[in-house]
Design a protein around this ligand. Structure first.
Ligand code: IMP
Ligand code: MG
Length: 178
């Protein structure tokens, strides 16, 4: 199906079909890794919800789902990295196998904060699955266990990712016009 491309979009990076095919592959990897053990998916609101729900439907191990939301600020010198939890998980993760599901890992500040926070709650294991990875902009080193796509150094929207809260519902991932 040829999607309608809104103004503001430069080009499509990944089509709905490409995304679906890659998510199936990733789900198979995850299913093999956990091999029937129950897994808790933790989605970081709001960007990860489209990816998380698509992924969860293809994973063949028992799944629980919980969400948290974060807000990030720039400090006075304008550098990123100040992150806090705006909405916490509903349930404990103690003793559970946890897979943190992110929309995109960019500088790595958000992920580092989330991993430190969640590791302190004694899960049995804690791994990371991200929809997009922009490794070229990484400032802090963070472990990424599963990734759907590596992307170039351009701002992208769609499939959960927003620009001023818009474009999340696009069925594809696209590069914004500069
Ligand atoms: P990090 O802390 O720099 O890794 O930031 C990651 C967060 O920044 C993501 O969870 C997104 O919310 C946001 N972000 C980074 N790059 C993009 C992008 O290209 N489009 C939309 N949101 C982005
Ligand atoms: Mg995010």
């Amino acid at each position: 199906m040829i999607p309608t491309i809104p103004p503001g979009i430069e080009r499509i990076l990944f089509t709905e079909e490409q995304i679906d095919a890659r998510i199936r592959e990733l789900a198979a990897e995850i299913s093999a890794r956990y091999a029937g053990r129950p897994l808790k998916l933790i989605g970081v609101l709001k960007g990860s919800i489209f990816f998380l729900t698509a992924l969860a439907r293809y994973i063949e191990t028992p799944i629980k789902i919980d969400f948290l939301a974060i807000s990030s600020f720039s400090n006075k010198s304008g550098s990123p990295g100040v992150v806090r939890i705006a909405k916490d998980l509903d349930e404990s993760i103690e003793g559970e196998d946890v897979l943190l599901v992110e929309d995109i890992v960019d500088t790595g500040f958000t992920l580092r904060y989330l991993l430190q926070t969640l590791a302190g709650r004694a899960p049995n294991s804690l791994s990371v699955c991200t929809f997009l990875d922009r490794n070229s902009r990484r400032i802090v080193q963070v472990p990424v266990d599963f990734r759907c796509f590596e992307i170039p150094d351009r701002f992208v929207v769609g499939y959960g990712l927003d620009h001023n809260q818009l474009y999340r519902n696009l069925s594809f991932v696209a590069v914004m016009k500069p």
